[in-house]
Design a protein around this ligand. Structure first.
Ligand code: MRU
Length: 358
């Protein structure tokens, strides 16, 4: 079993020859684990947000390929490899924005192409999925160290930070991206409080980030999505620290809807803005954020809460669940391989060239 170090939550586990996911739709009221033995169920769980967060989606999809391979091989020992591509494509269609999903599937495709005849192929594919999982946790710890070092290098009278959505253990293999930096900065006394916004319409901040931080005894204040400007004006915030679902070659960042709002507010108030994401979140094939596909979800998330309708019947709803923050609003992008300050094409290209992924 892969377990997250230094913090209390892990949301993705491989045990008893199956994939187990902590159902994030039920948190924090109930901790329900769902077992997955079929690739169709894995696709559905990603789509329905049993598991969510860019790196966590990628890790889940990697285990999904293992499950799919096992099923295909049981059906036909000769054609299973070719047939598996259909399952990989189904996994790829589960959610459109987080590029970690496509990155992880490409890693699994590469492992499939390199299978050796000496060992059970399912064992080899499982080893690759566990490696993706383990390296994600390691990357988060590296980003925690690098991001907190950036914070230590900038003096600020304020010691509060704002974070958005959930970027912690639940959204990754463990420890977290933006929440990993926050965990590390808290341990070093660089921050004294985290302001987590609710993150409407899915409440990742209220339900998941507040829960994770409270579990770790890191002081956290929950606020409505609209409170950030007031806190910044009061001089209580040194940094806004967020994760990412896709970063393009010029340093534009797609992340949970509302991230762009915070970046604009931070610029106006002289508050620094940090994005924390592993290099698997970069899409160097896209030149700018305008090309990122933005997921649109159904109206129910907006018109009702837990099945309780609040808005009028038949009201038109617009529910894009990510937005794009332009690079010029970002002070630093922190990855496991290094930090790009004031990101642009040259800075991002140099980081990605210096450290090719494999
Ligand atoms: O819709 P979600 O909950 O999958 O969106 C998650 C986010 O936007 C996170 O900020 C992002 O994936 C980074 S998670 C480390």
């Amino acid at each position: 079993m892969v377990s997250a170090q230094d913090n209390s939550v892990s949301a993705i586990e491989w045990r008893d020859d199956a994939l187990w996911l902590l159902d994030q739709r039920q948190l924090p009221l109930e901790e329900v684990w769902l077992e997955h033995q079929e690739v169709g169920a894995v696709v559905q769980s990603i789509r329905d947000m049993v598991v969510r967060g860019a790196p966590a989606i990628g890790i889940t999809a990697a285990y999904g390929v293992v499950i799919a391979a096992r099923g295909r091989r049981d059906q036909d020992a000769y054609t299973w490899k070719a047939n598996l591509e259909q399952d990989i494509q189904d996994l790829a269609q589960s959610r459109p924005t987080a590029v970690n999903l496509f990155w992880a599937l490409d890693q699994m495709r590469a492992a499939l192409a390199k299978l050796s005849d000496d060992e059970d192929p399912i064992v080899q594919l499982l080893r690759e999925a566990k490696k993706i999982h383990r390296l994600d946790v390691a990357a988060n710890h590296a980003m925690g160290r690098l991001g907190s070092a950036v914070m230590a290098g900038v003096s600020s009278p304020a010691k509060g930070v704002i974070t958005h959505c959930n970027t912690g253990s639940l959204a990754t293999g463990g420890y977290g991206t933006a929440l990993g930096v926050i965990r590390s900065a808290w341990q070093q006394g660089l921050i004294d409080r985290v302001f987590a916004d609710e993150t409407r319409p899915w409440w990742q901040g209220a339900r998941l980030t507040a829960w994770e931080l409270a579990k770790d005894k890191i002081p956290v204040t929950l606020m409505a999505d609209t409170v950030g400007a007031t806190l910044m004006k009061q001089g209580r915030i040194s940094w806004v620290i967020v994760g990412a679902d896709r970063i393009t070659a010029n340093g534009d960042v797609a992340n949970k809807i509302g991230t762009y709002n915070l970046a604009v507010l931070a610029k106006h108030h002289g508050v620094r803005f940090m994005v924390v994401a592993p290099t698997s979140t970069f899409d160097m094939d896209l030149s700018s954020g305008e090309d990122i596909p933005i997921e649109q979800r159904g109206p129910d998330e907006v018109v009702s809460v837990k099945g309780h309708r609040l808005a009028p019947e038949n009201i038109e709803v617009y529910n894009p669940v990510f937005d794009v923050t332009p690079a010029e609003l970002i002070d630093a992008i922190v990855t496991e391989k290094g930090v790009v300050e004031r990101p642009n094409l040259a800075g991002v290209s140099s980081l990605m060239k210096k450290h090719s992924l494999h």
